[in-house]
Design a protein around this ligand. Structure first.
Ligand code: ADP
Length: 218
């Protein structure tokens, strides 16, 4: 099955593609954003520590996310499954910490998929994105709204806008991506792991492009 990192700016569709891959092919989807938001929602100590960073569009400290991911990777239900790491690593130090963690548990990366989308489209997607506050299903007011406004098709939960999807914070996140995450493109290119997927179409077409790219790596 393989182990993949999904890399790309916020709004590139990494989470959406990871969710389809999980449903159709049984991959385990590890989204650091989802894990951190769940901690905030549950009001844990960790959640309290990261709330401000996340809502301001900044990254949370490297060691902290590295630990969360290492814990998640150690879960027995993941054994034997292909992995999709979505939103992690986001900095070069995180990539180095991940390498150490993977080496410890005897896993190897198959490829790092870079989702490429133009800046204007990213902002449009981010500010029109909505999520279910209960089951985390993702909607988009422009490209795929829920059947009933404000209500999740899947579970009936309340559909809301993420605090960090406001125009101002979305812009900040795109800047953070440019400065802190983009260096990973070179980093993984240097390791011969980078695969580019043009992700500026609708989600079905993007998934086809992703499948083609992954086929070549499996
Ligand atoms: P998106 O990909 O749309 O930006 P995510 O849900 O992946 O959103 O992440 C939301 C926020 O969670 C980030 O802006 C950041 O504050 C925090 N976060 C998620 N993953 C990481 C990470 N690997 N390192 C640091 N912060 C992270």
């Amino acid at each position: 099955m393989g182990n993949f990192i999904f890399l790309g700016p916020p709004g590139a569709g990494k989470g959406t593609m990871a969710a389809i891959l999980t449903q159709e092919c049984g991959y385990a989807h590890i989204s650091t954003g989802d894990i951190l938001r769940a901690e905030i929602k549950q009001g844990t100590e960790l959640g309290r520590q990261v709330k401000q960073c996340i809502e301001g569009g900044h990254l949370v400290p490297d060691e902290l996310v590295a630990e969360i991911v290492a814990d998640r990777l150690a879960e027995p239900e993941l054994a034997g499954k292909g992995l999709v790491l979505d939103g992690y690593p986001r900095t070069v130090p995180q990539a180095q910490l991940l390498e150490a963690t993977l080496a410890k548990i005897g896993l190897e990366l198959s490829a790092v998929v870079l989702f490429e989308v133009g800046q204007d489209l990213l902002l449009k997607r981010l500010t029109s994105r909505r999520v279910c506050s209960a089951c985390r299903a993702v909607y988009n007011l422009v490209y795929g709204p829920p059947r009933q406004e404000g209500v999740c098709d899947a579970c009936g939960g309340e559909v809301i806008q993420r605090a960090d999807d406001s125009l101002e914070t979305a812009r900040e996140r795109l800047e953070v991506y440019e400065e802190q995450t983009k260096p990973l493109i070179r980093y993984y290119q240097g390791k011969g792991l980078l695969v580019r997927v043009l992700a500026n179409q609708d989600k079905d077409m993007n998934f086809l492009a992703l499948r083609e790219a992954l086929k070549a790596k499996l």
